[in-house]
Design a protein around this ligand. Sequence first.
Ligand SMILES: Nc1ncnc2c1ncn2[C@@H]1O[C@H](COP(=O)(O)OP(=O)(O)OP(=O)(O)O)[C@@H](O)[C@H]1O
Ligand SMILES: [Mg+2]
Length: 283
Amino acid sequence: MKSSSAALIHAFESVARGDLSVRIDEECEAPGLARAFNAMIASIGEREYRQTESAKEQIFQSEKLASIGRLASGIAHELNNPLTGILAYSSMMLEGMKDTQYAEDIKIIIDETIRCRDIVRGLLDFSRETHPELRPANLNHLITETLSILEKTHSLSNVVVEKILDDKIPAAGMDTNQMKSVINNLVLNAVDAMPFGGTIKIRTGIDKKAGKIFMEVEDNGSGIKKENIGLIFDPFFTSKDMGKGTGLGLFVTYNTVERHGGAIKVQSEEGVGTTFTVELPIK
Ligand SMILES: Nc1ncnc2c1ncn2[C@@H]1O[C@H](COP(=O)(O)OP(=O)(O)OP(=O)(O)O)[C@@H](O)[C@H]1O
Ligand SMILES: [Mg+2]
């Protein structure tokens, strides 16, 4: 049997080389120390495994979104011209048939075509890969501004919005328009998830060690079905009724946050609620 100090030195050297499978015989002269060492290495190994798995998952998710995004914007590009044609001809038809029984039907064609065109435009704007113009801005101010606009333009009377903003968060490089639309999307999704009312908590804070600020948007609404969690950031994934959602909100949000060098995560439980966390680098 090696002396405990020789075993310890050997074990430390192995860990330094990156070998986390090393263990010390707990029947040695210092069993307490050996047990503590083994437990420590086991927990480091477990944490490392979890971090690698989550990094792999993030890479997979962003590669998947990049390729679906390219496909979707390619289709949008192709659809743009025929839609413009349908809109031009149906508008001309309406002019000529204003006083006929067909006028109402043609109006529906025009309205629905406009809706398609708006979706296509949204995708095209997005695919132009406009790089965000990053300027130092205060996330708390953007949240307050966005909420006050939302209160005027949407019915939020059903929900209580609680702001728990850390006034010590430093400015971060942000494209203010794009970041406001991130806040907008997350808050409106939370509102939609609570048709019978509820509470939205918007928290900000700083993780100094990681050099990040974060924003959490928490609701106590419907939650997201387990099988849908992996799909919510995909373009056109929506669980809302026809005409209610395009399924582009979170897709655009994900990409905006990523272009800011940040990350977005979701935690959700069906029937309990959902929390989205956006992290942004301070520099
Ligand atoms: N806070 C939330 N609670 C429950 N489900 C959510 C929440 N946020 C997003 N979802 C789910 O994710 C789906 C996708 O959201 P996303 O914002 O991309 O599209 P949408 O809200 O359906 O349409 P829109 O393009 O108009 O935003 C939603 O349809 C809903 O099923
Ligand atoms: Mg949405």
